[in-house]
Write a protein that binds this ligand. Structure first.
Ligand code: ADP
Ligand code: ZN
Length: 220
């Protein structure tokens, strides 16, 4: 079984991917993690990738695809992979299909976790810091007792520049799965939308139900 998890940042995609991989006994492959490991190991690939990552840009397709294929050629990837952070472009999607077809395999479903933009912005811009003691709060999950004020020292909380709604919106625009890639999977009836605005457990439940449907549809 090979599944792709798609979605913008702020949808809990990585957490869900790990959970699903665990449940299904599949391998979780996150290209972001592969790149970060390559950077840590000081490899040539890591050095190339780092230039792009530092600028918040996508690493070029050829580099990304080579690295991903090396990973999925390994023995632990043969019984199934949950792809997280890949593909991010139409070219990557097509390359993945070709590579899997060469092994008699295919992407069973592209699971697209959707959350309305306003909700994503609310989630990602909900972080507030105390400039004095460094305490961190989260509007939704860990709010201060008194709005805008630090529980420990009573100082007014501040927001980091890159957590401001306008900046978050710009980042979101850059990281959204491209329409042509979504259309590619949709055109082949492989795109499944999952409501990511629900509680995390409900998102997991819907993902597992859709995976069940996708895989029984294929074996019938
Ligand atoms: P983020 O940390 O933004 O949630 P990831 O951990 O998935 O994203 O990836 C970190 C960085 O690695 C990205 O910003 C990008 O530079 C690079 N990257 C990851 N996956 C891909 C991909 N499929 N294609 C190109 N670049 C990628
Ligand atoms: Zn404080």
């Amino acid at each position: 079984m090979n599944l792709i998890l798609l979605g913008p940042p702020g949808t809990g995609k990585g957490t869900q991917a790990r959970l699903i991989a665990d449940r299904l006994g599949a391998l979780h492959v996150a290209t972001g993690d592969l790149f970060r490991n390559a950077v840590k190991q000081g490899s040539e690939l890591g050095a190339r990738a780092k230039e792009y990552m530092d600028r918040g840009e996508l690493v070029p397709d050829d580099v990304t695809i080579d690295m991903l294929f090396d990973r999925i050629d390994q023995p632990d990837a043969q019984s199934g992979v949950i792809f997280d952070g890949f593909p991010r472009t139409l070219q990557q999607a097509e390359a993945l299909d070709k590579a899997l077809a060469g092994k008699g395999k295919a992407v069973d479903a592209a699971l697209h976790i959707t959350v309305p933009d306003d909700e994503i912005v609310r989630r990602l811009s909900g972080r507030w810091l105390c400039p004095d003691c460094g305490a961190i709060y989260q509007e939704q999950t860990q709010p201060p007792i008194k709005a805008q004020l630090c529980d420990d020292c009573g100082n007014e909380l501040q927001q980091r520049d890159d957590d401001r709604p306008a900046v978050v919106r710009a980042r979101l625009e850059k990281q959204r799965p491209p329409t042509e890639m979504l259309d590619y999977y949709r055109g082949q009836n492989r795109l499944v939308d999952i409501d990511g605005a629900q509680a995390p457990d409900d998102v997991t439940r819907d993902l597992l139900a859709e995976i069940e449907r996708a895989t029984t549809r294929i074996s019938n």
